[in-house]
Design a binder for this molecule. Structure first.
Ligand code: AMP
Ligand code: MG
Length: 353
């Protein structure tokens, strides 16, 4: 399949958006920018389109897709009821990086929800995404626009790398602002429950609706119990090299990682380190990349997936990463890093970084 790649500037070209929307309405696939990461979009109410999304990504079909909408009116048509908490959350955080799970209406095909009776819904704030959803008829099912198992794409060049020749169109809308996927909250149980941490933090959710639980499989790598978001059980975001996370004080982490690097280098392995601005000059790996200043979690979130992809491009075989505080946006950062590392963590002290 020939993939058409188009660029849409700040001043949105509505003719191009109409063409992209028509492709989706006709059952085609269009990769497009959102504020979180790039999405791979198809008509959410067309079972065949969802089937194509799974095929293009190589994604297991029990891993449900998020349905993207452009305004609140559209929500009511695809869910059986909208709980009070959803209105409160939508008021504060929609449009934005928050996905809510509802009981699905009949019109949402099981192919879109991975066989579940519930549906995940998000209203993105990115202007191109909003215009595209409207042009496509109101409902775009879109997982991240990467091949299954690879880090989510935060720039169009990674979408092209993974999906050129597998989708009808790719829209280049510049770099993703946030760089991590949305927070997912399930509103179908007794208590609202976070299934995936993201940019909208637990504290922010609590501010809006009070009590919020967290699916405990998110951070502790306890695979005996299946995570409630089916997609969280897969080893996502994985770089090609072996990634190990190291926890401890800055001095401990630097000296431990350098010691390990010496061993790997003597065996001829190509090595990399995920560092911060504070430590980037302290390592002696083949490739050392800072994700930003340690206290600037937003920058770290924005750069993490790009750095993982760059290590792949450089064919790095052994990667060590510093750890981050599991609070606020840090919880999402650590969740993605732990998954990328397959939960390989070295704890150097009781100190919680
Ligand atoms: P992605 O589209 O790649 O960001 O992945 C979407 C995530 O949302 C996956 O982890 C899914 O398992 C999760 N998800 C989507 N729909 C549901 C649902 N109905 N119930 C629970 N998790 C869901
Ligand atoms: Mg994904």
């Amino acid at each position: 399949m020939e993939t058409r790649i188009i660029r849409i500037e700040e001043n949105i070209d509505l003719q191009l958006i109409a063409e992209a929307g028509a492709l989706i309405k006709a059952g085609g696939l269009v990769a497009f920018p959102t504020e979180t990461v790039y999405g791979l979009g198809g008509d959410a109410l067309n079972a065949a389109s969802s089937g194509k999304i799974y095929a293009a990504k190589g994604r297991p079909s029990d891993n449900p897709l998020i349905v993207h909408i452009a305004d609140m009116k559209m929500l009511h048509r695809i869910v059986t009821e909208v709980p009070e908490a959803a209105y409160k959350l939508a008021e504060r955080y929609w449009p934005g990086p928050l996905t809510m799970i509802f009981n699905k209406a009949e019109c949402v095909p099981k192919e879109t929800t991975g066989g579940l009776e519930t549906v995940a819904v998000r209203m993105p704030s990115n202007k191109i995404a909003k215009a595209l959803i409207e042009a496509a008829g109101g409902y775009i099912a879109a997982p991240s626009a990467n091949l299954s198992g690879r880090p989510s794409p935060t720039a169009v060049k990674y979408v092209i790398e993974d999906l050129d020749g597998r989708v009808d169109m790719i829209i280049d809308g510049g770099e993703a602002d946030i760089g991590l996927e949305s927070t997912i909250i399930d509103l179908t149980g007794k208590e609202p429950m976070i299934l995936r941490p993201g940019y909208v933090t637990e504290e922010m959710l609590k501010e809006a609706i009070g009590r919020v639980d967290t699916d405990r499989t998110i951070l502790d790598g306890d695979y005996k119990q299946a995570p409630k978001a089916p997609g969280m059980k897969y080893r996502h975001y994985a770089p090609k090299g072996n990634l190990v996370l190291v926890e401890g004080t800055a001095a401990q982490v630097v000296s431990y990682i350098n010691e390990q690097l010496t061993g790997h280098k003597s065996r001829g392995a190509k090595t990399g380190v995920i560092a911060t601005d504070e430590t980037v000059n302290d390592y002696h790996a083949d490739s050392i990349k800072s994700v930003g200043k340690r206290e600037d979690e937003e920058q770290i979130a924005k750069h993490l997936f790009r750095v993982l992809r760059e290590f792949d491009d450089e064919e790095i075989q052994v990667i060590y990463a510093e750890s981050f505080e599991s609070r606020g946006v840090g919880e999402a950062i650590m969740n993605r890093l732990l998954k990328a590392a397959g939960h390989q963590v070295v704890h150097l002290s009781e100190f919680c970084p």
